[in-house]
Design a protein around this ligand. Structure first.
Ligand SMILES: *Cc1c(COP(=O)(O)O)cnc(C)c1O
Length: 350
């Protein structure tokens, strides 16, 4: 099966398993797992932050940021397609009592005037505008990249109004590789950032939240409360450390494979890419099914019969994601399978 549903499907490589096997372990609930500590120090340094905390998931990392910063009745400004709205089970409302003020903007990107217009006056009638969340890369936006100036412009407005600036950087390293900047430079104006090791970096489990030491200490308390503090988690941190050390630079080849897939799909009738193949930003390809009697789910089921998996992200919108476990040959095969499914659908509807 060529599995392009997500970059979360990767299996640990033999070298990563060896790193896990060699990891020195302790008990992270008791605070003495050396591999978890090494990972937290390494990722804080990589991101240019004072401190970091290892979490079981990116959802927990985002929710810890929100819980550590916001009070019930606060409002978070975020793009309407953001992960914290669509895929975190209503966490901001359930865990922190927060509302979200959703922003528009192509590809998950919005400008400083949107933020200015969304910040509420400090008045006892109003929710308290407390946090800005920027997602980089933006998942539902198409794996799009925020430039440093675009990010700094919204962060500047947020800080002028004393808002906390959180970056959901589940795929931040895809952005740094494709955008040609360093994570710490992008994050110069961010207060906190979450990153996933289990996405494109290829670790089996784990994310981190990084930020000021005092805030991360507070997040440690909530991580325990949310049930996310683990025991010999150095086993997982060992994989994450390996991923950070060995799987960042190779993301360029995932981006190249995504572009190849997009340009193969671009020639097929029945497919309309969200952006021209040439402009494929990172490791994601999104397309709409057009002029064929197929919805996204039916298409994905039919594709599965050809041993290729993609995922529906809307009634007729499909996503394919490249990663560590697929190569150029695989994406060429995936494009051929897509052509076959669309060809037989066209014949059926004629
Ligand atoms: C995957 C993802 C997360 C975290 O997801 P988990 O599955 O909880 O690790 C957060 N933000 C974005 C943008 C993501 O794509």
């Amino acid at each position: 099966m060529i599995d392009l549903r997500s970059d979360t499907v990767t299996r640990p490589t033999p070298a990563m398993r060896a790193a896990m096997d060699a990891a020195e372990l302790g008990d992270d609930v008791l605070g003495d797992d050396p591999t978890v500590q090494a990972l937290e120090a390494t990722i804080a340094d990589t991101l240019g932050m004072e401190s970091a905390i290892f979490t079981p998931s990116g959802t927990m990392a985002n929710q810890l940021a929100i819980r550590s910063v916001c009070e019930a009745g606060d409002e978070i400004i975020a793009h309407r397609d953001s992960h914290i709205i669509h895929y975190e089970t209503g966490g901001p409302a359930a865990l922190s009592g927060c509302m979200i003020n959703p922003q528009d903007g192509a590809g998950g990107i919005f400008g400083p005037s949107a933020v200015t217009d969304s910040i509420r006056a400090r008045d006892h009638h109003n929710a308290f505008s407390r946090m800005l969340v920027v997602e980089n890369t933006h998942n539902r936006g198409g794996g799009t990249i925020w430039s440093i100036p675009a990010f700094e412009a919204v962060a500047h407005v947020a800080h002028e109004h004393a808002l906390h600036v959180h970056v959901d950087g589940a795929r931040l390293f895809n952005a740094t590789i494709a955008g040609g900047y360093e994570a710490r430079d992008f994050l110069a104006k961010a207060d906190t950032v979450s990153v996933c090791f289990s996405k494109a970096l290829g670790a089996p489990v784990g994310s981190a939240l990084a930020g000021p030491a005092q805030l991360i200490e507070r997040a440690r308390r909530f991580r325990k409360m949310f049930g996310g503090t683990m025991r010999q988690s150095g086993l997982l941190a060992g994989a994450a450390l390996y991923a950070i050390q060995h799987h960042v630079d190779r993301l360029a080849s995932d981006h190249e494979n995504a572009r190849i897939l997009a340009s193969e799909l671009e020639g097929l009738s029945g497919v309309r890419l969200d952006v021209p193949a040439e402009a494929t930003p990172t490791n994601m390809v999104f397309f709409q099914l057009e002029d064929v009697e197929l919805d996204a789910d039916t298409f994905c089921t039919a594709l599965g019969a050809h041993d290729v998996a993609m995922i529906g992200m809307g009634p007729r919108r499909v996503r394919a994601v490249t990663h560590l476990d697929v190569d150029r040959d695989d994406v060429l095969k995936a494009a051929k399978a897509t052509a076959r499914v669309l060809g037989s659908a066209a014949r059926t509807s004629n």
